[in-house]
Design a binder for this molecule. Structure first.
Ligand code: TXA
Ligand code: MG
Length: 320
């Protein structure tokens, strides 16, 4: 069993070191009021790919970008009157708002899983905000546990669940004691006229309704126009897509991986590196859509590590 990451009390010195790790593209687990998060620079696709790899998650879902204060928000997302009221009432705290990206939003495509929206939250814990301010970049952070395990509310849970730095896990775990809330933040979608609850959590639907009026539960009929099932929450290219293709057929644009398609116009990772491929995936699919590609053929991606999540996403694109 690999050695787990060092656990340090979340004091000024540890926070400075941790922020340096984040700015360098590394991973740090840190306490918030909800659960411990596994953080990486949300603007760095490869750092975000490492988060998915560390959690051994077989799929990509969009992650929350954590910020220290409201001044950081306009660069990332567009606020409307509802978002302003909610932020005044519930931030800092366990509410995550899904908002439309701002024009020059620096958040990596992998963080938002290719969506035009971005989930943002300002954590309640003062030490968490101090850490985020020191990072100077928005920090993508899902719960700091291996896929399928329960969410960690103690630093020891993180150490027990995730591999150490040598195994692709966090380089450091910032211990700020037990989490107060003990379950994840409430996630609401503010990109539609009707506000939808995407995930129940630390703040109740009723609490939110008292501030902005009716909220529907995502997937219910009222929300169906924007979200047939979960579709609006998953980006898929408009173009037709074929997987495990050794070469392109007529009319197809080829996306290579490693040596397969080394001379193709696009290659997810010429070096055959799955972290790089994950970081490039949504970006390249977007570029192909924007370029008007009708059909895309993608080279075989190994079904190991991050390749599982890449193949999962490609399979969804084939079906959609
Ligand atoms: O309490 C929490 O929220 C913890 C701590 C660490 O802050 N973080 C957390 O992150 O639970 P995560 O990545 O496990 O949850 C993100 C949730 C998922 O349900 C995801 O589908 C949703 O937010 N989400 C993120 N971005 C989205 C987007 N652009 N559109 C729709 N849903 C989004
Ligand atoms: Mg989780």
């Amino acid at each position: 069993m690999a050695i787990s990451a060092p656990v340090r009390a979340m004091d000024d010195a540890a926070i400075e070191d941790a922020a340096g790790i984040i700015r360098g593209g590394g991973l740090v687990a840190f306490a918030t009021e909800t659960v411990y998060g596994l953080g990486g620079d949300a603007t760095n696709g490869e750092a975000v790919a490492r988060i998915f790899a560390a959690k051994a998650r077989p799929s990509f879902n969009p992650l929350i970008s954590h910020i220290a204060d409201l001044a950081q928000l306009p660069a990332i997302a567009k606020m409307d009157a509802r978002a302003e009221k909610l932020s005044e009432t519930f931030w800092p705290g366990p509410l995550t708002m899904v908002l439309n990206k701002s024009a020059d939003c620096p958040i990596a495509d992998l963080t938002t899983a290719g969506l035009d929206s971005v989930a943002v939250r300002i954590p309640g814990r003062a030490r968490a905000r101090q850490f985020l301010a020191a990072c100077g970049v928005p920090v993508a952070a899902p719960s700091a546990n291996a896929s399928g395990a329960v969410s960690p509310t103690l630093a020891q849970h993180v150490a027990a669940s995730l591999p150490g730095p040598d195994g692709g896990g966090p380089q450091l775990i910032l211990d700020d004691g037990p989490c107060d809330v003990g379950l994840e933040s409430t996630v609401i979608d503010l990109t539609t006229d009707t506000v939808a609850l995407l995930r129940p959590g630390g703040i109740s639907k009723e609490d939110i309704e008292r501030i902005i009026g009716p909220v529907v539960i995502a997937g219910s009929d009222d929300h169906a126009p924007k979200s047939p099932g979960m579709l609006s929450r998953h980006y898929a290219p408009r173009a037709r897509l074929r997987m495990n293709a050794q070469t392109a057929e007529a009319g197809e644009t080829y996306v290579g991986f490693g040596q397969t398609g080394a001379d193709a116009a696009m290659n997810l990772s010429p070096a055959g590196d799955l972290t790089e491929a994950a970081a490039n995936l949504f970006q390249m699919l977007h570029a192909l859509d924007e370029g008007g590609a009708e059909a895309i053929a993608v080279a075989p991606i190994p079904d190991t590590g991050l390749g599982l999540a890449i193949n999962d996403r490609l399979r969804r694109a084939v079906r959609s």
